[in-house]
Design a protein around this ligand. Structure first.
Ligand code: UFG
Length: 324
């Protein structure tokens, strides 16, 4: 059985759905601060609680026959991490350490970690492979980077087996429309554009039009949420078959500018979207695009959603019929 922390959140819930379809048994731990009860499929046990609670972690490992942890639980607002770093270091790093130490006590040593391209900081070259220097520029990226360092040390000292997956920009929703993205507040580009298309917002602000990119706006690599889910499943299979611990970057290897994202979404939503050009948002690198060849080669990972239109279509289906 797999313990999925943060399994009621955006990325975690899509993994849970995917894992069930692969025949896995899962138990979800989520404090529901940002997660949604409705995102956990019926029949899956949801433990509502905090991963920083040592007694709770001991109880979970005692009562369930867990052989691996897939760890999504984290705060993920980059801007907030700058104004309230304590929250990010405590939750994303210290509470994760509590999960790892509960695993040690209960002799569970397979760990799949939800990491981020934010561990790299400003790119020195693009596309970014796993050897790209890591120099995070905000506490969110640092909080995840610290966990990566802890994992290396636990691997050497205690024989921990881990895969750390560094996602670029997660996007889209379950193609069947059962679950999708629902953040409060929402800060991500694609859902904000779609909410503008629905008339829930007056316009989408474009943060910066004077970047050194072809149209002056930031370029990102948008990867479908199910392709991320698939990578976690493959990572766990690798660990279960005795594969080496590793780090992988996950993206489509294709970059889209903010203006291009708006234009693709206009096509998908079938309506014009009002934009307002705004100053740059602090901490946004101009261009983040993954090199994902290592994940393809070593995990056999192949993203199924290779173009943004398909990804945006699943997000639009969700936005127009969402349950939570
Ligand atoms: N953007 C806008 N207007 C908006 C929202 C976003 O122009 O209203 C732009 C941003 O400046 C950025 C792009 O759209 O250039 C994508 O922004 P998102 O906020 O959707 O995503 P980020 O690239 O900032 O963040 C993502 C993840 C983070 C992760 C980060 C790593 O959501 O968790 O990538 O850089 F840390």
């Amino acid at each position: 059985m797999i313990l999925v922390t943060g399994g009621a959140g955006y990325i975690g819930s899509h993994y849970v759905q995917y894992a069930l379809e692969q025949g896995e048994q899962v138990v979800v731990l989520d404090n529901l601060v940002f997660g949604h009860r409705e995102a956990v499929p019926e029949g899956v046990e949801l433990i509502t609680g905090d991963m920083g609670d040592t007694d709770l972690m001991n109880k979970i490992f005692t009562e369930h026959n867990i052989d691996a942890v897939v760890h999504f639980a984290a705060y993920a607002y980059v801007g907030e991490s700058v104004t309230d770093p304590c929250k990010y270091y405590n939750n994303n790093t210290v509470a994760t350490l509590n999960v790892l130490d509960a695993m040690r006590r209960h002799k569970v040593n397979r760990f799949v970690f939800s990491s981020t391209c934010a561990t790299f900081g400003n790119p020195v070259r693009v596309p970014m492979d796993e050897e790209h220097p890591q120099s995070p520029i905000n506490p969110y990226g640092q909080s995840k980077y610290f966990v990566e360092q802890i994992l290396r040390a636990y691997h050497h000292a205690y024989g921990f087996q881990f895969v750390s997956l560094r996602y670029f920009n997660a996007a889209g929703a379950d193609p069947k429309g059962r679950i999708g993205e629902s953040h409060d507040p929402e800060t991500h580009l694609i859902p904000l554009i779609m909410q503008t298309a629905q008339g829930k917002r007056q316009h989408i602000g474009i943060f910066g039009t004077d970047y050194d990119t072809p149209d002056g706006t930031c370029i990102r690599d948008y990867i479908h949420i199910l392709d991320l889910a698939q990578a976690h499943d493959l990572a766990l299979k690798r660990l279960r078959s005795g594969g080496e611990s590793a780090f992988y970057n996950l993206g489509t290897e294709q970059g889209y500018s903010v203006r291009e994202v708006v234009s693709v979404c206009e096509k998908v939503c079938g309506r014009k979207i009002a934009v307002q050009e705004l100053p740059r948002r602090a901490g946004d690198p101009p261009r983040l695009v993954a090199s994902a060849s290592r994940a393809k080669k070593e995990l056999g990972w192949q993203p199924r959603f290779e173009n943004l239109e398909e990804i945006a279509q699943t997000a639009w289906n969700w936005e127009t019929s969402r349950r939570y």
